[in-house]
Write a protein that binds this ligand. Structure first.
Ligand code: MG
Length: 289
């Protein structure tokens, strides 16, 4: 299923996208009022939603309705977004060289204020950065609470997948030593359009991933190029830290980020960034003009 959150008539709601239509779930009796709570409920929630879709006992809308505005599938995240750095060999090399290929997993986070949805506008923050950059990534959404999760059982803890743009102010990332400020400017974590449940993604480690800026391909790779796989990432993160339903893990970006070009090609006012991941969708966001 493809879960979406959106606003209609100024009100936040959520639902499932199916055959180009929106099955609205927030108003359905006995279903949670938002997607995060649904993820927390787990398997029973999915069964209830399947039954609602089958019997069409919900409001059904069209995306083309003017008043429908996309939100991030989880509009208000509880915790920082966890991000794997340099998880594609060719990206590690473009950022520094062979010596930058990590031997241990590299993790940083983006603050909760960064999350926006499909088609929402990214601020350019031109007064504080001249080096705003894109990073197309596959995001994993955790579906079950767990600690000390083994690689063998890790996929049981996954709810689904989404697309995430880990937008980064390169100058601030470098200036402040720690990545936190450069990764946490408002609106710099577009995510969506959907969370696709894991049953619909046959192999998350074999998906084409493409980023375009104003229609021009900048990143083109496959998730089979990840250095650390999703089970490895979940296992290492959860060794001493409890993972919670709704946690978001960005799995890293392939080569072709703006900083990797000579000369660099950072984002400019009015640019349009599109990230496509096979079977997961296309995430589109304009930069503030
Ligand atoms: Mg990244």
């Amino acid at each position: 299923m493809k879960f979406v959150s959106y606003k209609v008539g100024g009100k936040e709601t959520y639902g499932v996208e199916k055959d180009g239509r929106l099955f609205d779930l927030a108003g359905v009796h006995d279903l949670p009022q938002d997607l995060l709570r649904g993820i927390e409920v787990g398997g029973d929630f999915l069964k209830s939603v399947e039954s609602v879709l089958k019997n069409k006992v919900c409001e059904i809308r069209s995306f083309t309705e003017d008043e429908v505005k996309w939100l991030s599938p989880i509009p208000k995240v509880k915790r920082n977004i966890m991000c794997v750095g340099k998880n594609y060999r060719d990206h590690a090399i473009e950022m520094g060289g062979e010596q930058d290929i990590p031997t241990d997993i590299m993790i940083f986070t983006k603050a909760t204020n960064t999350i926006i949805g499909h088609e929402e506008t990214v601020f350019h923050h031109e007064d504080i950065t001249e080096e705003l950059d894109y990073e197309g990534e596959l995001a994993v959404i955790i579906g079950k609470k767990g600690r000390r999760i083994s690689p063998e059982e890790a996929m049981e803890y996954v709810f689904g997948y989404s697309i995430l743009n880990d937008i980064t102010a390169r100058d601030l990332q470098k200036k402040h030593g720690q990545f936190f400020i450069g990764k946490s400017l408002d609106t710099t974590c577009p995510m969506g359009p959907y969370i696709v449940t894991k049953d619909e993604v046959e192999d998350p480690h074999n998906l084409s991933i493409t980023t375009k800026v104003n229609g021009e391909i900048r990143q083109s790779s496959n998730t089979d190029q990840m250095i650390f796989s999703i089970p490895t990432i979940i296992s290492i993160l959860s060794k001493g830290m409890t993972l919670e339903p709704g946690d978001i893990i960005a799995t890293g970006t392939p080569s072709g980020v703006g900083k990797g070009y000579k000369p660099p090609r950072f984002l400019r006012k009015g640019d349009k960034v599109e990230i496509e991941i096979e079977g997961v969708g296309i995430l589109t966001n304009p930069l503030q003009a």
